[in-house]
Write a protein that binds this ligand. Structure first.
Ligand code: BV8
Length: 261
């Protein structure tokens, strides 16, 4: 059992993985309503490091949980903004990968699908997925700290910090920081999808951050079949009927192909 984020690898022979993919595909073929939850792992093949992957370069001495907090922003807004700008630069170079495209296609193959993502990178939308619930916000939007609304930037930024074009207030990235509540729409939409789905697909998440990590438990208690796509064993693995061990950029296209068979 995975504990506290260290990586536990389960070597699954190709034949066993293929068999599990066929069984998971059979569950998806029968599904009326599919709920999908994605985490950083689905974007790692697009060159976006996961949260488990230690921060690199000048950020190596920080942990994401340290920088992604209102306290850190209060303490040193410039430091936090520099971190987000570095992630935005990386994102501008990134493209959706076959895992993102497979999910956009799966949405067209099943009667109803709700995609909930913990990722703030917008890659699902760029791959063609619709109605994506951004559970932790989006790094490419700015929010005004005074009006608490998504805002445009004013030309003049004071001491290198972006300002709201409407009121001059300090801007922050439109993401959910640790200790902050999930935005109402995505929170209610995700909870309803988890309660009503008959298949819950958990992809590329370590299932350590709450309340996102609780959605699979909600689905399981409502009788849904849990399918996990992750090369490593996670906190969720014991709850999953089908654990598909491999990178989502390879497993999801194979799963989609099996659904179509
Ligand atoms: C809140 C946005 C209350 C910012 C993020 C219950 C128990 C314990 C703690 C808590 C609890 N309830 C609340 C807490 C506190 C906290 C929390 O969960 N802490 C954790 C650390 C224990 N939760 C909160 O603070 C939440 N807010 O509770 O508010 C409240 C309520 C009302 C009023 C006021 C307050 C808010 C949490 C959201 C924080 N923001 N992101 C930003 O991005 O900068 S979280 C961020 O980290 C991500 O969004 C994501 O959610 C998380 C990282 O997790 P993963 O995505 O799973 O990524 P990770 O790197 O961990 O794992 C990657 C996985 O991919 C691995 O398993 C790996 O094996 C796999 N993988 C790798 N390669 C591939 C792959 N898989 C497939 N294919 C591959 N190729």
């Amino acid at each position: 059992m995975a504990t506290g984020g260290q990586r536990i690898v389960e070597d699954v022979p190709a034949a066993v993985l293929a068999e599990r993919i066929d069984q998971a595909a059979a569950a998806l073929r029968k599904a009326r309503y599919v709920c999908v939850l994605t985490g950083a792992g689905i974007s790692s093949e697009s060159g976006i490091p996961t949260f488990r992957d230690a921060l690199t370069g000048l950020w190596a001495k920080f942990s994401p949980e340290e920088l992604a907090t209102p306290e850190a922003f209060e303490r040193d807004a410039k430091l936090v903004w520099d971190w987000y700008e570095s992630r935005r630069r990386l994102l501008r170079e990134a493209e959706p990968n076959p895992g993102h495209y497979a999910l956009a296609e799966l949405e067209r193959r099943v009667p109803k699908l709700t995609l909930v993502t913990q990722n703030v990178d917008g890659l699902h939308q760029r791959a063609g997925s619709s109605g994506v619930l951004e559970y932790h916000g989006n790094i490419l939007r700015d929010r005004c700290t005074l009006e608490q609304i998504v805002a445009d930037r004013s030309e003049d930024s004071r001491n290198g910090l972006p300002r709201c074009a409407a009121c001059g207030g300090l801007l922050r990235p439109d993401v959910v920081w640790f200790g902050e509540p999930i935005p109402r729409g995505p929170m209610l939409g995700a909870a309803a999808a988890a309660e009503r789905c008959d298949v819950f697909l958990s992809i590329g998440t370590s299932s350590l951050v709450y309340p996102a990590a609780g959605l699979a438990e909600t689905a399981r208690h409502a009788g849904a079949t849990i399918i996990e796509v992750n090369p490593n064993v996670t906190e969720l693995s014991a709850l999953a009927q089908f654990a598909l061990r491999g990178p989502s950029g390879r497993v999801l296209p194979a799963l989609l192909a099996a659904v179509a068979d």
